[in-house]
Design a binder for this molecule. Structure first.
Ligand code: GLC
Length: 596
């Protein structure tokens, strides 16, 4: 495979927050190959394992050299091009806000299983014009690819963390910049385009036959217009922001987040999330399947997973948005939303034995500003399993809250991410881990970790999933066990000073995953069997395992990715109630017992 190297070029969009719609065009570099090439892996381009950064060593400034951008006025390559000099790059690196980058993990400390996982991770690499830009979702040749041969934004996060912890930072930078270019691609579902700022769920490197001999590579994003169920990925933009912060924290290179095009992309995602709608709640209102659980599972509305990622993305953005006249309103909005969102989740999503008993004795149909049962929850909604299951010690954040509806299921990712981001109070965060420990057999069992508990069965399964044969009870999203959740669990455990829990879970995974060929998920109540339709060699399974091992080895790296309680967020209250005198701000009433 050959490629013409052109100088590093980046589009420059000026300081305005409204960026012209962008579109990626085929690379100028042409590739001569026989037959169809869809995705190139490292072995295709002859890279040596563990040597990713050397890809660009002979030409330091070519990391996204072949991205061409078209504005509504056509392609103006010259005026768009920004050539970055080595000096500029070096200066940018030296503006390290937190001193030296982290110590890289040493290969000598790795176990045999880790070495195997690293090899598989290298094989999952996807290159675009000879540059690694991501990892495929799964490398399972025995099964139908569907879209598992694509680079998913959410799936790449543990790969990115593993690479960053290993000191292989270029691929993460490439990923962040390339996905940024895909933002706002004008794709439609029946002539309706997604909102500006939306990030795709996934992308694929495709080849285009230009003439008989010439083939060009293009990046083809999927915003949900091809996805099963046609779901728009709300979590992609949130993950992108979280990863951008992680990149700065783990490399010490903050110049990436300061770039004008990156700031613009960041602000576009935020604007999309912060747009006013009809909603009464500070939580984000989304459709079913808009996150890791990307099929119908009855999580439409205000699912915890999205709220926890939204909160983390807002906290990340608060650290990264350059404050100037153009962005000061946005910064104010971020602060207000953080404050309202944390109050809302802490106060209304929290469930423990005491709260269950309160709900059990709720009065309904209260028409009043200061109603105790604000959302008109009928006590009959409390499921029997919960009455038997809720431990005396510990608690968790429920899956969803809507008018007259509480989803009492325990969703792992949302709870873990609430700990990591301090969306929960310090006491709540501690209680969540206590609950996981107390319910170890249900939530960890033979394979960490349950995506949600319990499974929907019988009539509920039929009505809520729409009789989805992939989501049968205790399978896949419906109570399946997902080893990729290990890295988030490890972060949460390290943050709460309970690394030993993570160590136990990692040890379980280390025994089984290589023997079972690194499956995507496990089935049954305790995760005893490889999932019915699980892909093997699932990248985020092995990357999540690797990241967990590295966090445990260097807990200070985990600390860099977590957030502590921020009292400033709790102090901000923008509600006008006290001023109007119509009613008491519900926060003043609540502050004493739940906020911290
Ligand atoms: C499944 C998962 C989704 C993941 C994708 C690729 O659809 O539900 O969360 O991103 O596979 O691995």
């Amino acid at each position: 495979m050959t490629a013409n190297h052109t100088p590093f070029r980046l589009p420059s969009f000026g300081p305005s927050t409204s960026r012209p719609r962008t579109r990626i065009f085929p690379s100028a570099a042409t590739t001569r190959i026989n037959g169809d090439v869809t995705t190139s892996t490292v072995s295709d381009v002859g890279l040596k394992p563990r040597n990713l950064s050397s890809v660009k060593n002979d030409n330091k400034n070519v990391e996204i050299e072949k991205v061409y951008v078209k504005t509504d006025d056509g392609i103006d390559e010259k005026s768009l091009a920004v050539e970055r000099t080595t000096d500029e790059e070096d200066n940018a690196r030296s503006e390290n806000k937190e001193g030296a980058p982290i110590k890289n993990n040493n290969a000598e400390d790795e176990t045999e299983v880790e070495r195997e996982a690293w090899k598989l991770l290298q094989e999952a690499l996807v290159t675009y014009c000879d540059t690694p830009v991501g990892t495929v979702a799964a490398n399972d040749s025995s099964d139908e690819a569907l879209n598992y041969d694509q680079v998913f934004i959410r799936d790449f996060i543990p790969s990115a963390l593993a690479f960053l912890l290993k000191g292989e930072t270029e691929i993460v930078k490439n990923f962040l910049l390339h996905t940024l270019q895909l933002q706002s691609w004008e794709k439609t579902v029946d002539c309706y385009s997604p909102g500006q700022g939306l990030m795709p769920a996934s992308f694929k490197v495709k080849t285009m036959q230009v003439d008989e001999e010439k083939v060009e590579e293009v990046l083809d994003p999927d915003f949900g217009e091809s996805a099963i169920g046609r779901v728009a990925p709300v979590d992609s933009g949130l993950w992108w922001i979280i990863l951008l912060r992680a990149y700065g924290k783990l490399t010490g290179d903050y110049s990436l987040q300061e770039r004008v095009d990156v700031q613009t992309g960041l602000q576009m995602i935020l604007n999309l999330c912060l747009t006013d709608g009809f909603d009464m709640f500070p939580s984000l209102l989304v459709t079913d399947g808009s996150c890791m659980i990307d099929r119908r599972m009855g999580i439409h509305g205000h699912p915890l997973e999205i709220q926890a990622l939204f909160y983390s993305a807002l906290r990340s953005a608060r650290e990264m948005v350059n404050v100037d006249d153009g962005s000061k309103n946005l910064v104010r909005e971020i602060n207000n939303r953080l404050s309202a969102l944390s109050f809302h989740i802490r106060e209304y999503y929290w469930l423990d034995m005491k709260k269950t008993n309160e709900i059990y004795r709720y009065k309904t149909e209260e028409y009043a500003l200061d109603a105790a049962n604000k959302f008109n929850i009928y006590p009959e909604q409390i499921p029997q399993w919960l009455m038997d299951w809720i431990p005396r010690e510990g608690g968790y954040l429920i899956g969803n809250l809507q008018p007259a509806h509480m989803d009492f299921r325990f969703f792992m990712l949302g709870n873990l991410w609430s700990i990591v981001s301090s969306l929960g109070t310090p006491k709540q965060n501690k209680s969540i881990l206590n609950l996981i420990e107390a319910k170890w057999d249900d939530l960890v069992g033979h394979m960490p970790l349950k995506i949600c508990y319990p499974a929907l069965e019988s009539e509920e399964w039929r009505i809520i999933t729409g009789s989805d044969p992939k989501n049968t009870p205790w399978s896949y999203h419906n109570g399946g066990s997902w080893p990729t959740l290990l890295w988030q669990f490890t972060l949460a455990c390290i943050k709460m000073g309970k690394s030993e829990l993570a160590e136990d879970a990692v040890a379980l995974a280390e025994k089984r995953l290589p023997v079972d060929s690194w499956p995507e998920y496990y089935d049954t109540r305790t995760g005893r069997f490889i999932g019915k339709q699980a892909r093997l060699y699932q990248t985020w399974t092995l990357a999540g395992f690797l990241a967990s091992k590295m966090f445990l080895r260097n807990p200070e790296t985990a600390a860099k990715l977590c957030w502590e309680e921020d009292l400033e967020i709790l102090e901000t209250c923008v509600c006008a109630l006290s001023k109007s005198g119509r009613a008491k701000c519900s926060r003043d009433v609540a502050k004493s017992h739940i906020l911290v």
